[in-house]
Design a protein around this ligand. Structure first.
Ligand SMILES: Cc1ncc(COP(=O)(O)O)c(C=O)c1O
Length: 381
């Protein structure tokens, strides 16, 4: 039979994490999923059913509801005072924002700098647009912060964009102010677009989140989402901010991609933003306690080294055991816990495992018992 898949489809591989999830038995402790175990706040849930019942079920503007774009623009003033609704577009999750960015900006043959290890969408999106992902490293010895010198060395005349992600998935690394400035200066010198995925910006434990949107470089495409901060992964609402000019280009692609973001959900997200208590601080405090438990447990296991995440909700320890990450994760799965092998996020993630601590302390403790027991059966290098 004819193979109908286009060349670009054939070049894509199913995500390693999905493969793991499909193999899990019921009752398995899930420290694999990048999703908070919280609910959207009541005000947002009520606003959603109200919007549906009141008939806000039709198409809306391609760039999203003006009122929501206004609220988002205002929330971004901590980064840039001149952001208005004309700089903002609502998307179907950060996922679609990232795809729209790739489709609107990447040409065949362009080179796109992406983090390794890095979130699973960046490389496939570049490939789907005929561009080449070129990896820069995130290393534990540098607290998983990109090194401007390395980025500089990777740039050539074909380089079009740098994708950055802070706080980072899978490493939980947070990029400091000076590194942000240095990378922004490199982008300005080489006329590159910065695509900055900041979906974990509100989940920062100590200190403050620094954004690539901060400053006067207009060629920044800022990506964010309601998924993580507002515990609304299934609602599929995200947003992006950029120069008016780039937003016009991005909205052209958005129109031919999804016509408009989902209408009733935007009403609900608006309410979530306006709510007097969005519960984010309370939830970050819960996550902080879980982080402290998991990091402490992992560091007590022979051969493991785990940095304390300052953002997001992933522990990304290295291990000295003589085994590939995928095989290690499979052994853990057989013993009753799902985690993600670091290699699912790129070859730079080999030798690491990713544990999401978006789970109860009880389950985290049970998961760590399994890790301790399984790790004890694997010889060291
Ligand atoms: C770094 C990063 N960016 C983007 C996304 C996708 O977010 P959304 O649910 O808004 O599509 C995720 C989800 O795990 C993520 O970890």
């Amino acid at each position: 039979m004819r193979d109908w898949a286009a060349a670009r489809t054939k070049r894509l591989e199913i995500s390693g994490i999905r493969k793991m999830f499909e193999l899990a038995k019921p009752g398995t402790i899930n420290l694999g999923i990048g999703e908070l175990d919280f609910e959207p706040i009541d005000e947002a849930k009520q606003a959603l059913s109200k919007a549906v019942n009141e008939g806000h079920n039709g198409y809306g503007p391609t760039k999203g509801m003006p009122e929501l774009r206004d609220s988002i623009a205002e929330s971004l003033h901590i980064n840039r005072k001149d952001v208005t609704r004309e700089n903002v577009m609502i998307t179907a999750g950060a996922t679609q924002g990232l795809l729209v960015s790739a489709m609107a900006l990447f040409d065949h043959g362009d080179e796109i700098l992406i983090p390794d290890p890095g979130f699973v969408l960046y490389s496939p999106h570049a490939i789907m647009c005929g561009a080449f992902p070129v990896k820069y490293s995130l290393k534990q010895e540098h607290a998983f912060v990109p090194q401007p010198d390395e980025i500089l060395e990777l740039i050539n005349t074909r380089t079009k964009a740098i994708i950055l992600n802070t706080p980072n998935n899978p490493t939980s690394g947070v990029i400091d102010k000076d590194t942000i400035r240095a990378i922004r200066d490199i982008a300005i010198d080489h006329d590159l677009v910065i695509i900055s995925d900041e979906v974990y910006d509100k989940i920062v434990y100590d200190g403050k989140h620094y954004s690539f949107l901060n400053g006067d470089y207009d060629n920044v495409v800022y990506i964010n989402s309601f998924s993580k901060s507002f515990a609304m992964t299934g609602w599929r609402v995200g947003y992006m901010a950029s120069s008016e000019e780039l937003i016009k280009d991005l909205s052209k692609i958005q129109y031919y991609n999804i016509a408009c973001p989902p209408t009733p959900l935007q009403y609900a997200c608006q309410k979530a933003m306006e709510a007097p208590d969005n519960k984010i601080d309370e939830r970050v405090n819960i996550l902080r306690k879980r982080r402290d438990v998991i990091v402490d447990r992992i560091n007590k296991i022979d051969g493991f080294t785990c940095l304390k995440p300052n953002g997001a909700f992933y522990a990304f320890p290295s291990f000295d055991h003589d085994i590939l990450g995928m095989d290690f994760a499979m052994k853990l799965l057989e013993a009753g816990m799902i985690c993600a092998p670091g290699s699912a996020f790129g070859s730079g993630g080999e030798g690491h495992l990713r544990f999401s601590y978006a789970n109860t302390i009880e389950n985290i403790e049970k998961g760590m018992d399994i890790l301790e027991q399984v790790a004890g059966t694997i010889p060291m290098k």
